[in-house]
Design a protein around this ligand. Structure first.
Ligand code: TRP
Length: 337
């Protein structure tokens, strides 16, 4: 285990996971498990924007873990980590915040956009500094590889910078992590909006029942220029066909539907019914595994406890290196002269 390179990635527990998470992240994570020592983090320190709804955050910790187990992340091979179980995350965040200027954070494009979303609500200090905590997540476990969404790349760049700065100023402790972007950086929502997301209410969740999937697909945004089934339709940029491409394993059916759609020889109803069926075939085994674990929540708890305990050991080793690098062991080293 120890000679494999380490992967660390995380997610904020704000709700159950959807198809966008699957093709943008989970699918990559699943593949990395056989070659890397993987740490999957529930970033429950980083929800200062959800402080008024902690009950939902706590529930989401379980939802996310169930989704992880359901898609095949394996708590025996990989470590599921609850960030707040390891207070070293907070400690390292503080030390690393020495090395990041306010201006550097203000120029972070992802953070900038997210702060704008607060509108007139005030931004908690912890929100403004969350990229430093994310850097600490990565460096605390001395990860070499960080699979993330495209929007997270500025935070990885910051992690590289902070690692270099710490190593140069104090002592060589941290590897410089690399980012890895998933197959589909941004999945379009069922409403045709640029991004599937919980807050836009345009998501299909991994735990949605077949009936819910059917209904969501029925209401999907499709080619707005097409009024009748006999009008030639647009496949490119059409979310219904994009989902067919990504989730329908019956390639022949997809090719046939595309060809007929372009010619105006198939109705939207049939294209959508076939998509709903394909999505349900894709989701069935995921839902089945989810139900299996949901019926035995002690397994879910144990997965989090086991991974967090494992990761805490790594964290403590890193912190002893950090304390030594910062020359913090002066009480231990004290000699009466
Ligand atoms: N900020 C990330 C997101 O919103 C989640 C995250 C927290 C993370 N800590 C991390 C991602 C460490 C990668 C590594 O998606």
């Amino acid at each position: 285990m120890e000679d494999r390179e380490r992967v660390l990635t995380g997610i904020r527990p704000t709700g159950p996971l959807h198809l966008g998470h699957y093709v943008g992240a989970l699918e990559t994570w699943i593949g990395l498990q056989s070659d890397y020592d993987c740490y999957f983090l529930i970033a429950d320190y980083q929800v200062s924007d959800h402080a008024d709804d902690l009950a939902r955050v706590r529930e989401a910790v379980w939802e996310v873990t169930l989704d992880w187990l359901a898609v095949g992340l394996d708590p025996e091979r990989s470590s599921f980590v609850v960030e707040s179980v390891i207070p070293e995350h907070a400690e390292l965040t503080l030390w690393l915040s020495w090395l990041v200027s306010i201006g550097r954070l203000q120029r972070n494009p992802t953070l900038k956009a997210e702060m704008k979303d607060f509108g007139r609500r005030s931004v908690p200090v912890a929100f403004f500094t969350y990229p430093i905590m994310q850097v600490a997540d990565i460096l605390l476990h001395r990860a070499q590889l960080v699979p993330v969404g495209e929007d997270q790349l500025p935070h990885i760049e910051l992690a590289r910078e902070v690692a270099r700065r710490f190593n140069r100023h104090f002592k060589e402790v941290f590897p410089e992590p690399k980012g890895l972007v998933g197959r589909v950086p941004r999945l379009v929502g069922i409403d045709g909006q640029a991004k599937m997301s919980k807050s836009l209410d345009n998501a299909i969740y991994l735990k949605d029942t077949p009936a819910v999937v059917n209904e969501k697909v029925r209401s999907m945004y499709t080619d707005p220029t097409r009024l009748r089934a006999t009008d030639p339709g647009h496949v490119e940029g059409n979310p219904v066909f994009l989902y067919h491409e990504l989730f329908n394993s019956d390639r022949q059916e997809v090719a046939d539907l595309e060809e007929r759609y372009r010619r105006g020889a198939v109705g939207d109803v049939e294209v959508k019914e076939k998509l709903a069926a394909a999505l349900n075939r894709f989701l069935d085994p995921i839902r089945e595994r989810r139900a299996h674990f949901a019926a035995d929540m002690a397994l879910v708890r144990d997965a989090l406890a086991l991974g967090s305990e494992r990761a805490r050991k790594t964290a403590q080793i890193t912190m002893s290196l950090v304390r030594e690098a910062l020359d913090l062991d002066y009480l231990e080293k004290f000699r009466e002269s």
